[in-house]
Design a protein around this ligand. Structure first.
Ligand code: PAF
Length: 286
């Protein structure tokens, strides 16, 4: 079916299940926490392409309390459901935006999804419990929407890796479709949290995308990639959490002898806001 001019807003699981049962053709989901920006719209556009005229696009819009730590920005996280529905007009068929009590009648739930090593390294080390919260809500949303395809952005590279492992390890019949990072004209990766940055902060945050470019220019040399990770180590106004080059299959750090695909993941704090960036490179020489 071609997307309606305005997506149908659904807030209950019962209504979503009933609507889903009537859908034919590929059902494609884009999971979001709302505050939709151009990066999300690119994911929804890709979902529309994959769904085609026969299929349906479901955007989930839910700020998931399970993935926020006690001192993180769950309460302050930007929320504007009416604007979100307007942003996906003509692209999405359904926006599923449940209340917290609808998603989690018991909070925290008694049973949740454990994520192993991926939950404790890199982003997981800085945000304990975050990936278990992501995996739990993603599993619930996959059960509710029962999509054929789920579109995820590459910016949250560790989340993408986790979701790919989740559907494989739990035998969930859904294909994961990765979409390239969307950037602002100066290079900053698009994120709902960019709204927290002042003009100075946005300038300082460009150290992340400069590091990405340095890594891409250094490939295919493994030692070049490793050196490029530190190229913005002293950038002003930025506290680095990590800048790592890992084997994408294991998330083990690479060394100069490594050959193959390299996932580069970056996280830094600017004006109190955590920002992520990433890229994939190929190492074929020392
Ligand atoms: O990437 C996000 O916005 C969230 O982690 C997700 C996948 C919607 C789960 O809450």
């Amino acid at each position: 079916m071609t997307a309606p001019a305005t997506a149908q807003l659904i807030t209950t699981k019962a209504e979503l299940r009933a609507r889903r049962a009537a859908l034919i053709g590929p059902v494609v989901v884009v999971m979001t926490m709302g505050a939709l920006h151009d990066g999300h719209v690119a994911l929804v556009r890709r979902a529309r392409e994959v769904a085609g005229d026969e299929g349906a696009v479901v955007v989930t819009d839910f700020v998931n309390p399970l993935q926020f730590g006690p001192h993180e920005d769950f309460d302050a996280y930007p929320r504007d459901l009416a604007a979100d529905v307007a942003r996906v007009a003509g692209l999405a068929d359904i926006v599923f935006a449940p209340a917290v009590e609808e998603m989690y009648p018991v909070l925290p739930p008694l049973v949740s999804v454990a994520v192993g090593r991926l939950g404790t390294v890199l982003e997981g080390e800085f945000r304990p419990g975050h990936f278990a919260g992501v995996a739990t809500v993603v599993t619930k949303l996959l059960q509710l929407v029962r999509p054929d395809v789920a579109v995820f952005g590459r910016k949250d590279a560790q989340q993408l890796a986790l979701v790919q492992r989740l559907v494989a390890d739990l035998d969930i019949p859904c294909r994961i479709e990765p979409v390239a990072i969307q950037r602002e004209p100066e290079g900053l990766a698009r994120s709902s949290r960019n709204v927290y940055l002042s003009a100075t902060g946005r300038e300082q945050a460009l150290a992340l995308s400069r590091t990405v470019r340095a890594v891409e220019a250094a490939a295919p040399s493994a030692s070049g990639i490793l050196a490029a990770l530190a190229s913005e180590a002293g950038a002003p106004g930025l506290t680095w959490n990590y800048a790592a080059a890992v084997d994408p299959a294991t998330f083990e750090p690479i060394d100069e002898s490594y050959r193959g695909e390299v996932l580069v993941v970056l996280a830094a704090r600017v004006e109190g806001t955590r920002l992520l960036d990433s890229t994939v490179a190929e190492a074929t020489e020392a």
